[in-house]
Design a protein around this ligand. Structure first.
Ligand code: ADP
Ligand code: ADP
Ligand code: ZN
Length: 214
C-alpha cells in the first residue's frame, strides 16, 4: 500500500501518518523529519535545506526528489509506505510517478487532510516538537503528561522556528501556490481521498481507516 498525505502545514499529516504507519506496518517517510535530522547532524544537505526552511520556503525539488526516490527503493518499502510532506510540487509528484512507473508501480491513495486556513494558525501556534526524538505534541489538543517534557524520551519541547506566526503565514501562501495544485493532479488520477481534518484526531484516523480498509 503506497500512500501520500496531502494537506496544509499543520493539517495533521504527521499525526495521522504515524498512526497509519503503525496500523498497516509500513514505514512513515517524512521529508520534513529527514531535513531536520540533517540539520541536527550538520550535513551539507541540512545546511542547504535550512536556508529555505527558515524562510518558510520549499526546499528546491532537486534536493528532495532523489532523496525520496532512493528512500522508497529501500528494502523496508517493498510492501508499501506512507509519504508525509512529499510531494509538495507538481514536479515532485511527476518525479515520484516516473520512478514508480519504471518498476510498474503507482501510488494507491492520496489522502487530503482538509483544514481551513483559519484553524491552521491555532494548530501551529500550539504545536510543540521534541528536540530529542522529533515527536509532535499540541499544548491544547495533544498535551504531554509533564509540561514542556517529551512523553516518549524525556527531552525538552520547543516551538519550531518555522511555526512562528509570521513564517506560518508565509508557508500557507506557499502551500496554496505550489502544493494545492496536487489535489487536482491526484484527483485526475482517480486516487484522491478527502478527509475532514477539523475533527478530533481519533475521528480523522477512523475516517482514514474507512478509506484504506481495516
Ligand atoms: P509541516 O509538517 O508543518 O507541513 P514539514 O515538517 O513537512 O512541515 O516541513 C518543514 C519544511 O521542510 C517545509 O516548510 C519545507 O521548507 C521543507 N520541506 C519538507 N518537505 C518538503 C518537500 N517535499 N519539498 C520541499 N520542501 C520540503
Ligand atoms: P502536519 O504534519 O500536517 O504539519 P501535525 O500532525 O504536526 O501536522 O499537526 C499540527 C499540530 O496540530 C500538532 O501540534 C498536532 O498535535 C495538532 N493536531 C493534529 N491533528 C489534530 C486534530 N485533528 N485536532 C487538533 N489538533 C491536531
Ligand atoms: Zn522525545
Amino acid at each position: 500500500m503506497k500512500i501520500i498525505m496531502l494537506g496544509a502545514p499543520g493539517a495533521g499529516k504527521g499525526t495521522q501518518a504515524k498512526k497509519i504507519a503503525e496500523k498497516y506496518r509500513i514505514p512513515h517517510i517524512s521529508t520534513g523529519d529527514i531535513f531536520r535530522a540533517n540539520i541536527k547532524n550538520g550535513t551539507e544537505l541540512g545546511k542547504k535545506a535550512k536556508t529555505y526552511m527558515d524562510q518558510g520556503l520549499l526546499v528546491p525539488d532537486e534536493l528532495v526528489c532523489d532523496l525520496v526516490v532512493d528512500r522508497v527503493a529501500q528494502d523496508d518499502c517493498k510492501d508499501g509506505y506512507i509519504l508525509d510532506g512529499f510531494p509538495r510540487t507538481i514536479p515532485q509528484a511527476e518525479s515520484l510517478d516516473g520512478a514508480l512507473a519504471k518498476i510498474g508501480e503507482s501510488v494507491d491513495y492520496a489522502i487530503n487532510v482538509e483544514v481551513p486556513d483559519e484553524n491552521i494558525v491555532n494548530r501551529m501556534g500550539g504545536r510543540r516538537a521534541c528536540v530529542g526524538c522529533g515527536a509532535t505534541y499540541h499544548l491544547m489538543y495533544a498535551p504531554t503528561k509533564k509540561e514542556g517534557v517529551c512523553d516518549a524520551c524525556g527531552a525538552e519541547l520547543i516551538l519550531r522556528d518555522d511555526d512562528k506566526p509570521e513564517t506560518v503565514q508565509k508557508r500557507l501562501g506557499v502551500y496554496h501556490e505550489q502544493t494545492q495544485p496536487l489535489i487536482d493532479y491526484y484527483s485526475r488520477k482517480g486516487i484522491l481521498k478527502e478527509v475532514d481534518g477539523t475533527m478530533d484526531m481519533e475521528d480523522v484516523f477512523r475516517a482514514i481507516v474507512g478509506i484504506l480498509g481495516a
